[in-house]
Write a protein that binds this ligand. Sequence first.
Ligand code: CP
Ligand code: NVA
Length: 315
Amino acid sequence: MMSSNTEPRHFLDLTDAGADAIAAMLADAIDRKAARTSLPKGQADADAPLQGHILALVFEKNSTRTRVSFDIAMRQLGGSVLLLEAGSSQLGRGESMADTARVLSRMVDAIMLRTDDHARVEEMARYADVPVINGLTDRSHPCQIVADLLTAIEHRKALPGLEVAWFGDGNNVLNSLLEAAGLMKFNVRAATPSGFEPDAEFIEMARSGGSNVTLTHDPSVAARDADVLVTDTWISMGQADAQAKREAMEPFQVNTARMSEAKSDAVFLHCLPAHVGEEVSEDVFDGPRSVVFDEAENRIHAQKSILLWALGRLS
Ligand code: CP
Ligand code: NVA
């Protein structure tokens, strides 16, 4: 148990943990997943390491996977969750993030927040005495990328030197993928329409960590000999659904032609929810190289390791 005067381990972005801790999380997730294959999904792991711990799940945006996977993750670790949604809590009536953080810190052991403006998760962390985990902001989605790395490794894609290709919008998920690339030493080719590139700060993080980052407007350049192909919705939560953006994104659809440019054993990832027929064709989404439902399941196994790290049970 962490003492009350220890700085909490927040997980607002992947760099908060760093390369060694992410490697430890991935190894732990692989071991824990393997150790419970025959257990019902709601049964705790044999060691129940977070018995008695409670996680607050705070949502200011919609979610299916993040909400369910954190809940199941806590049950499997022996703990429990409570759910706070903006519309039914005082957050929705303007109570400050600072006061919410100070109150929740007296009542729970850790907080997960999904919100729009990244400054809100930073404010939560500034005032919380317990770990705060970023469950997605407009800027980044670090928990998703831990699950994506786990999925890649499971499909025999060792991270160092891996060629990961991204297609479409330069959004929060791509930002975190770039951050991971710099930490875990894989390469990213991001094919986006002009004006939809990822944030310069994340490109710099990747490059300064030694990752080769290719930014292109030609999806074939990204796909050629790639090991992993990734895309996401063209219109993220909170973004205007502009026809001009949809038209700009159309050439970046991941389809059979695009997959055929990649390595023959390349896999397809999508964080979901997907818009089949838009960013990905139906034959790729439901095809043999799509591992999107492994990826979705891996949200549970990744969240468990993130929680164990945040609560000081993993170094
Ligand atoms: N991938 C992901 O974060 O899904 P949800 O929005 O359903 O949580
Ligand atoms: N980029 C998407 C990811 C959803 C999990 C969004 O922010 O809506």
